[in-house]
Design a protein around this ligand. Structure first.
Ligand code: 13P
Ligand code: SF4
Length: 301
């Protein structure tokens, strides 16, 4: 039997389902039952009928799935796959901001630990952050951990006062305006599609800014035939699948999230066989971090 056939068989036996983010390897995306961006995957994780969820993504994704579906077994193919940005804020700073600003909402990008979520008022993803921040009654917004996404949202919601936190995604942060300009010179008809985790200087010269799903939908709908894509290069797989006649260019230093890339079909098979790398959360932490996640799902409706 091939690895894929073994995975299929174990999935039936163990009543399991496989979720994957667009940044994982193509061979993992091909095995997944559901593939999407962080928002789609969190919505899906909250309403699955299967008993076991194998989450092909980084740890905050598995944690969120467990928080939203406490009765399920959530398995991570690689327990070391983590998101550096998820740790780039702290409870003490949140406490100080709450003291300093009245009418403050602490808005937490889903790319954060459950520990950070528990101190926040609402979670957002790159797909729904603008809508949710607009819907909040508060005038002051402390946006954690990502300063680049915070800046993008602040431009879309100018009526609110943003307090920034110095977190960033190391993969998107590396993209520079100069290399995008060089790519534009090489492909003058291409539209620039950018994830809001990119620096402001890159967003400024983009035709579209949105989540990974947003980028894929935009490319499908656009009349353009070529695109310069400013996000992790795992999305190439879905872009080429959905738009076989269009061309996609990535930056010279093709952006790779090595944590996402640690996940392989063999590791999926291993956790299905053994039950290793189960996500376990303290019950108080789970209850507290559930509130901002549920508020996100409610406000994003
Ligand atoms: P989205 O899935 O919201 O596009 O975010 C990208 C990302 O960095 C996930 O870790
Ligand atoms: Fe985190 Fe960046 Fe990797 Fe996304 S791409 S998981 S934000 S390190």
């Amino acid at each position: 039997m091939t690895v894929r056939e073994e995975i299929e068989q174990l999935k039936q036996e163990k009543n399991a389902v496989i979720l994957a983010h667009y940044y994982v390897r193509p061979e993992v995306q091909e095995i997944a039952d559901y593939i999407g961006d962080s928002f789609y995957l969190s919505k899906i994780a909250a309403g699955l009928k299967e008993q076991t969820i194998v989450f092909c993504g980084v740890s905050f994704m598995g944690e969120s799935a467990k928080v939203l579906s406490p009765g399920k077994t959530v398995l991570m193919p690689d327990a070391s796959a983590d998101c550096a940005m998820a740790h780039m804020a702290d409870a003490e700073t949140i406490r100080r901001m709450r003291e300093k600003y009245d009418d403050l909402a602490v808005v937490c990008y889903i790319n954060s630990t459950a520990e950070l979520k528990r101190h926040s008022d609402v979670c957002v993803t790159s797909a729904n952050a603008v809508k949710i921040v607009k819907a909040l009654p508060n005038r002051n917004i402390f946006f954690i951990p990502d300063r680049n996404l915070a800046h993008f949202v602040s431009q879309m919601v100018p009526e609110k006062n943003f307090v920034y936190n110095e977190g960033y995604c190391p993969v998107h942060e590396k993209m520079s305006r100069e290399e995008i300009l060089r790519a534009k010179e090489a492909h003058p008809d291409a539209e620039v599609l950018t994830h809001p985790e990119c620096p402001e200087a890159v967003c400024e010269i983009s035709d579209y800014i949105g989540s990974t799903s947003g980028i894929i939908h935009y490319a499908e709908e656009s009349s353009a035939g070529e695109f310069i894509v400013c996000t992790e290069s795992g999305v190439r797989h879905e872009l080429e699948k959905r738009c076989p006649d269009k061309k996609f260019y990535f930056t010279e230093t093709e952006p790779l999230c090595m944590d996402m890339k640690t996940i392989t079909p063999e590791k999926i098979l291993h956790v299905l066989k053994t039950g290793d790398n189960e996500v376990c959360l303290d019950e108080v932490l789970r209850e507290q971090s559930k509130k901002p996640l549920e508020k996100m799902l409610e406000l994003a409706e």
